[in-house]
Write a protein that binds this ligand. Structure first.
Ligand SMILES: [Zn+2]
Length: 342
């Protein structure tokens, strides 16, 4: 715990069950080095959820001994889909399923409640921004990066010159829904994976927990008919699979090998679109036992086809501190807005 140099920004990560909060000072130092969680209560609707975010905000100021008048801006991140300005999709979203959430301006509502400027980022973009700043430090504003974060879905973010690319409709960096070539990744008799978005063979259809449950595991269980995971409910089996990977189980290695290949193919596309200085991989699959994580990253690298010049200029690295990355990235977004207003 440190006292702030001068002014600060607050980062609030809004999740399905908890809010996580942090404070970042003007010199780029975090005033907390751990998760600080409070209930998010998003399933009780917008009014309760906004109040819960205000509680998280006041709580982190109290915990860090930060005077409210030092706060210049607040960064907020939530799961999508939402617009670049923090308006929840008109069709709702997994965490925001009640009718009152549809088309709700969560950023504007928090801004009104706190009386401070609120900067919005979706959770994957916030994590991408944190990875970028944590990796590049003071060079961050002069660097570009692409992040892929494997979770229930495949979250992504593209950072250019230190800022997240949001796009005209707020849909830039949706790397999970980029089609990737799978012709030599899938087995000859393996069905084309399908994504919840309606696409077949996009990155998320392979490289996500949903992709394991719906596509990869059902197929690979037919190849390993005696595997003990065949007797486990498929959703549960998908979640258990990483533990098997860490123990070098052949079925698990086949599944995660395909995931790594899909991410490598995705990065190959990114190399030809944005040619970034860094490619970041995040998610449970790389927050695993070191041997398994290194194997997974080596597979990603093998399938990431860079030109010689790009190999010299770019690196592949992990998204650090993923549990804190949302709050920290939201804080970076707020800091950036204060320091470099558009
Ligand atoms: Zn998709």
């Amino acid at each position: 715990m440190r006292t702030p140099a001068s002014w600060v920004v607050v980062g609030l990560d809004n999740g399905g069950t908890t809010n996580n909060a942090t404070v970042l000072d003007a010199t780029g130092q975090y005033l907390v080095d751990r998760l600080v969680e409070t209930p998010s209560r998003v399933r009780e609707g917008p009014d309760v959820a906004i109040e819960s975010l205000a509680i998280a905000f006041e709580g982190i100021l109290e915990l860090t001994g930060t005077v409210r008048t030092l706060v210049r801006a607040v960064g907020l991140d939530t799961p999508g889909p939402a617009s670049a300005e923090g308006v929840i999709s008109s069709k709702g979203a997994t965490n925001f399923s009640q009718r009152e959430w549809w088309g709700f301006d969560i950023r504007g509502a928090l801004e009104n409640r706190l009386g401070l400027p609120v900067v919005y980022a979706n959770d994957a973009n916030a994590a991408a921004l944190y990875a970028h700043y944590a990796h590049f430090g003071t060079d961050a504003p002069a660097r570009s990066s692409v992040s892929a974060i494997v979770g229930t879905g495949l979250g992504g973010g593209v950072v250019q010159s230190g800022s997240v690319i949001t796009g005209a409709a707020g849909m830039a960096g949706e790397l999970g829904h980029v089609h990737v070539p799978l012709h030599d990744v899938l087995e000859p008799d393996q069905p084309m994976p399908r994504c919840n978005c309606g696409f077949e063979g996009d990155a998320e259809s392979v490289a996500s927990l949903t992709g394991i449950e719906k596509n990869l595991l059902p197929y690979w269980l037919t190849r390993f008919p005696d595997h003990e995971l065949g007797r486990v409910e498929i959703g549960k089996a998908a979640k258990l699979l990483r533990g098997y990977g860490e123990r070098d189980d052949p079925l698990a290695k086949a599944v995660f090998g395909q995931q790594a290949a899909a991410i490598g193919r995705l990065f190959t596309i990114a190399a030809n679109v944005v040619d970034p200085h860094a490619y970041f991989v995040g998610g449970g699959v790389v927050e695993a036992a070191p041997q398994f994580r290194d194997w997974f990253l080596a597979q990603v690298r093998r399938y990431t086809l860079l030109r010689e010049e790009q190999q010299r200029a770019a690196e592949l690295a992990l998204v650090p501190d993923l549990d804190m990355a949302g709050a920290r990235g939201a804080a970076v977004a707020a800091l950036e807005k204060v320091q470099r207003p558009a």
